[in-house]
Design a protein around this ligand. Structure first.
Ligand SMILES: *Cc1c(COP(=O)(O)O)cnc(C)c1O
Length: 714
């Protein structure tokens, strides 16, 4: 049945035979996490590669033919080509994957993974932030481990917005149609070469979806798309953007993901053994799976009892309001037709996920997912505690500690985020097979043998690379016109690659407290302008277009950035995406995170910084509360909850300033005769030893398999 559909690479542009496989490589995102593969494209024409935003499909189409010929004649290039394709071929033919060796029971038992967003690469903007990047890293790791995951998401026709910051600090959102022919997504066709489509019925109409496939190493990611001719204009836009803020479209999107996603997999012939929901957006899938059994004659109770064991739900939010909830009338409006198909009355249907708060009642996607899944997990230890407390009312007969929600702390895909120079340093000193030992803590004690001077040189290289990149970005914006000189300075042209550099980049939601640093502007001025010990702070991040307080926060930060007295040392970088994230986590010295505890369920950007040798300086929340040991970075505030948020802000700001003044800055500038800070280097090494093995998706995906997926198989 699996052969009833196909995807096909478009006809290749005319590449010389010696490098013809670049075409194939450009359509598998495997290239994004192999340390050398990107260079295979970049080296063809570095300037064009940068200008096209690292898009290999466009590069191969638009490059001068003479450049291709040069590559054919270049011995170094040919050597690189052979090495990369040898890795590529052995990757796809390797029968000895971790899954095959340790869990052969997963052979031909696909795991379906549903997520509203996937962050795989900057050229495929179908993610808004951490949730998506986590999903993308999960797929990359699953591919590496040989885990048979099949993923489902959306092909957003406009992608997530690009951000511009006006001269007075206001966020402007740009939405453009993506050109899908330029992206690594392939139309899914039936055996006659026609588009595969499927229908999702709402109460008043039916919506058709087509499917695209993105290839993530061995993992197929199916992307649903309502931009189909037979749909109305309005319905064609349903999957145009991430997270519509009007509830009507929001609920329809979630219906398409949950119900449409199950039907898409069925249409393609999949029969998954495990169904994993990354956040509650996909929770309608539990009802669609039950409906399939009810259609075969089962009662609703039996259908849920039969399917619940295979469902796994990962919650990512520490507040009830963070879970999508819909008014009951809205659910009735779109799902009114489904209760009879489940043999339920309207009231029985609502009871599955009704959330009563005071006088108001809503339909909670979180409750729907929790009730209908046997596998349930939060994303850090503290978030596990918070979740058990928050959802205790669903298991009213249980003590809080016995609420059946476990945790798997998030991780990041190491190869995807680690700088190539650092990878090479590890190859040199830890051995060429170091990556196979990634999640073995004992292995990492060898880091002590890396000579300080070599590690320091790599760090300096990465800092120079970051400041060079920022300057080139500004040049491009300035040349494009309409850019005020104050925006030029605010974008980092005055950044000094040798000064202590702090990064703060994340979604601008108020709980992240981006302006905590600015509570005492005088003190901040003294910090950044200390004679002989300058400090620079790089801010970046988007606010959801409908989040007014988030946008005001950006403006508040921008006002400080613009002050001439700051000397251009505090900057705001527009349009935070995976590309900018990569430069930042690799090139800063300190990664700062100031969430209002316990609001940061896990956080992952700090892990990307850690694996590149940037030291974390953060509130003891999410992952950092598990990671911090007193030697591998610094904490902001105490390991305690303060209920009054004004008090918490005041205490955390004081801790932030005094730790910077008394510990971080003096240590960074405490130089030996070779101009290195030995104390700093020792912290970097401790950071590598403790954080790299623990906060990788290698550890994370193995835990998903062993703690959740295996149970679901039975
Ligand atoms: C990693 C990443 C995030 C998530 O960062 P947090 O630590 O959760 O704030 C968000 N956006 C981008 C582009 C990222 O790469």
């Amino acid at each position: 049945m699996m052969s009833s559909f196909k995807t096909q690479l478009p006809k290749s542009v005319n590449l010389p035979k010696q490098i013809s496989r670049l075409h194939e490589l450009s359509y598998n995102l495997w290239w994004t996490w192999h340390p050398e593969a990107a260079r295979l494209f970049g080296r063809l024409d570095y300037e064009l590669w940068e200008r096209l935003g690292h898009n290999p499909i466009r590069l191969l189409r638009e490059i001068e033919r003479s450049r291709l010929k040069q590559a054919v004649d270049d011995k170094d290039y040919q050597k690189l080509y052979k090495t990369v394709f040898a890795d590529f071929d052995s990757y796809f033919s390797d029968p000895k994957t971790w899954t095959h060796q340790t869990h052969p029971e997963f052979d031909s038992r696909p795991i379906a993974y549903f997520s509203m967003e996937f962050g795989l690469h900057e050229t495929l903007p179908i993610y808004s932030g951490g949730l998506g990047v986590l999903a993308g890293d999960h797929l990359k790791e699953a591919s590496d481990l040989g885990l048979p995951i099949t993923a489902v998401g959306f092909m957003y026709a406009q992608g997530y917005f690009s951000q511009r910051i006006s001269e007075d600090g206001w966020q402007e959102a740009l939405n453009n149609m993506l050109v899908l022919e330029d992206l690594p997504v392939l139309p899914v066709l039936d055996k006659d070469g026609k588009r595969v489509t499927l229908d999702v019925e709402l109460t008043d109409r039916s919506i058709a979806l087509q499917i695209w496939e993105a290839r993530v190493g061995r993992v197929p990611l199916y992307l649903l798309d309502s931009n189909v001719e037979s749909n109305s204009e309005m319905d064609r836009l349903l999957t145009a953007r991430l997270y519509w803020s009007d509830l009507d479209r929001r609920v329809m999107q979630e219906v398409l993901l949950g119900i449409g996603g199950v039907r898409a997999l069925r249409t393609l012939g999949y029969n998954p053994a495990v169904w994993h929901m990354n956040e509650g957006h996909a929770a309608f899938l539990t009802l669609e799976r039950a409906r399939e059994l009810v259609a075969g004659g089962a009662s609703f109770e039996d259908a849920i009892a039969k399917t619940r064991g295979q469902n796994v739900f990962t919650t990512h939010t520490p507040v009830p309001a963070g879970n999508d909830e819909f008014p009951l009338w809205l659910i009735e409006k779109y799902l009114g037709g489904i209760y009879p198909q489940l043999n339920l009355t309207r009231e029985q249907f609502f009871d599955i996920a009704k959330h009563q708060k005071g006088h108001s009642e809503s339909f909670s996607m979180g409750i729907l997912a929790l009730r209908n899944s046997d596998g349930r997990n939060a994303v850090s230890e503290l978030h596990g505690e918070v979740s058990r407390k928050m959802w205790n009312f669903l298991w009213a007969d249980k003590a809080e500690k016995d609420v059946p929600i476990t945790y798997v702390t998030n991780g990041v895909h190491t190869a995807n985020w680690m700088a190539r120079r650092l990878t090479n340093l590890f190859i040199k000193h830890l051995g060429s097979d170091w990556y196979e030992h990634l999640d073995q803590p004992e292995f990492w004690s060898q880091v002590d043998e890396i000579p300080d001077a070599e590690l320091w040189a790599v760090r300096l290289h990465l800092k120079r690379k970051l400041s060079f990149y920022l300057r080139e970005r500004v040049r491009e914006r300035w040349t494009g016109g309409g850019f005020h000189p104050v925006q030029v300075v605010s974008s980092g042209v005055l950044i000094n690659p040798y000064a202590l550099t702090i990064g703060f980049a994340r979604r601008f939601a108020t709980y992240k407290r981006a302006s905590l640093m600015m509570r005492d502007v005088e003190r901040l001025l003294n910090i950044v302008n200390k004679p002989n010990m300058p400090v620079q702070i790089l801010f970046a991040g988007k606010a959801h277009p409908a989040d007014e307080p988030g946008k005001q926060l950006i403006q508040e930060v921008y006002r400080t950035v613009k002050k001439a007295e700051m000397g251009g040392r505090i900057v705001f970088l527009e349009d935070y995406d995976m590309n900018l994230a990569r430069y930042l986590v690799q090139g800063v010295d300190v990664w700062m995170n100031t969430p209002r505890r316990p609001m940061e369920a896990s956080g992952t950007s700090g892990m990307k910084a850690a694996l590149n040798g940037a030291l974390n300086f953060s509130v003891l929340d999410g992952w950092w509360r598990e990671a911090y040991n007193g030697r591998n970075g610094w904490s902001i505030g105490r390991d305690e909850q303060i209920e009054n948020s004004d008090e918490q802000d005041a205490e955390d700001a004081e801790s932030l300033y005094s730790t910077l003044e008394n510990e971080i800055i003096p240590l960074y500038y405490d130089r030996d005769p070779k101009e290195m800070s030995r104390g700093w280097l020792s912290r970097i090494k401790d950071n590598f030893k403790t954080n790299i093995p623990r906060f990788s998706t290698r550890r994370m995906v193995k835990q998903y398999v062993e703690n959740l997926y295996i149970k679901a198989l039975k």
